[in-house]
Design a binder for this molecule. Sequence first.
Ligand SMILES: NC(=O)c1ccc[n+]([C@@H]2O[C@H](COP(=O)([O-])OP(=O)(O)OC[C@H]3O[C@@H](n4cnc5c(N)ncnc54)[C@H](O)[C@@H]3O)[C@@H](O)[C@H]2O)c1
Length: 392
Amino acid sequence: MTQLRIGLIGASGRGGTLAEHWHKPNGRSVVVAAADISEIGLEQFRNKVNNKALCTTNYQDLLENKDIDAIAICSPDYSHEEYAIAAFKAGKHVFTEKPMAITTQGCDRMLTAWQKSGKEFMVGFNMRYMNIFRVMKDAIDSGAIGEVKTVWVRHFVAPGGKFYYHDWHAQSKNTTSLLLQKASHDIDMIHWLTGQYTKRVVAMGSLDYYGGNKPNDLRCSNCDEKDSCVEYQDINEEHGNNAMDLCAFRQEVDVEDNSIMMMELENGIKASYMQNHFAPDYHRNYTVIGTEGRIENFDDSKKIILKLRDRSKRWQNLAEHSIDVKTKKGSHGGADAVITKDFVEMVLDDKEPIATPLAGRMSVAAGVAASYSIRNNWQAVDIPKLPQSLDL
Ligand SMILES: NC(=O)c1ccc[n+]([C@@H]2O[C@H](COP(=O)([O-])OP(=O)(O)OC[C@H]3O[C@@H](n4cnc5c(N)ncnc54)[C@H](O)[C@@H]3O)[C@@H](O)[C@H]2O)c1
């Protein structure tokens, strides 16, 4: 095979962005078909990516099509499990967006179907491809800060109201919680930067700003308070997704908008992750402390500082380095161009991916356990082991 033929499920939003990278008629991959429950999504795909593609509201049409080698699943989180398992059974390679699924058991069923299929499988952990974190990872792996003992991640999600509380993201039945939906990247980054998976978690969190008493069917477009509401959402503004202007203060909203989780990793490293959806700014701040120093990212991911301990006077800074990191052009700091290429090379050239399917499962498992802890009196929760039938 010299050109990978991809069928996309979830044709607009994230799917449309990735499909633009994959659809290269004179290159190594093409997006030949799309499935979506919404005609609007399919129309956007035709306009943005490929107006000659097979477009359908029945994803089975993609699975039955012998002309399609791989399925890219970019529909909402709750659908990933069903689509991935069906795709493996149909003999397709699979790319699925993060989070891998919304339950740990769902991930295990996906891993089982993957192993039986003998096909390739990638989870969309594009943060692993961002320059800022690659530089941090290289520094940590080189031993620059000694043996890692502590990781602190603060996640300020300024567009929380815009992206997470006006549609399906805001209900736990669709996501479990935003610790899987949004934080699955960060939990994975903690695992990747340290080389260790989470063993046990404890977490606190609540819904303090969004949610409330407004009717579940209230939309911004027909709300009496639209001129004064700070969370007013104009659906034409970006996504074109017809469900993105539900009121952020409606009754059915039940996912925490601020949470704190603490993780014990396999080798005893302690990590914490804090997420807030009504912060005024958008930033991910990673601080990693080892026996010889600490590394931290600043300035909206354009700068890293590395401080080293003085071995004679250990409370003093021996050296401080500031590293400016170039951000590439393109979505997610250029990461989407690289992860889509990696998927094609994984299938066509047998290239090892940076993130394994197991990493997808372990990030979900930590997020699920933390959600359970939040909702059950902040009790400590052990991460379930992989089923013995899985050989990973
Ligand atoms: N890796 C990243 O940086 C990143 C960024 C954004 C979103 N995502 C992930 O991508 C996925 C999609 O997110 P989004 O914001 O594009 O969502 P979205 O709500 O915009 O939906 C994307 C498309 O899927 C369609 N769709 C909805 N339900 C469907 C179903 N059951 N079957 C088929 N199609 C369906 C919608 O009509 C839409 O066209 C999510 O899992 C999300 O976590 C990842």
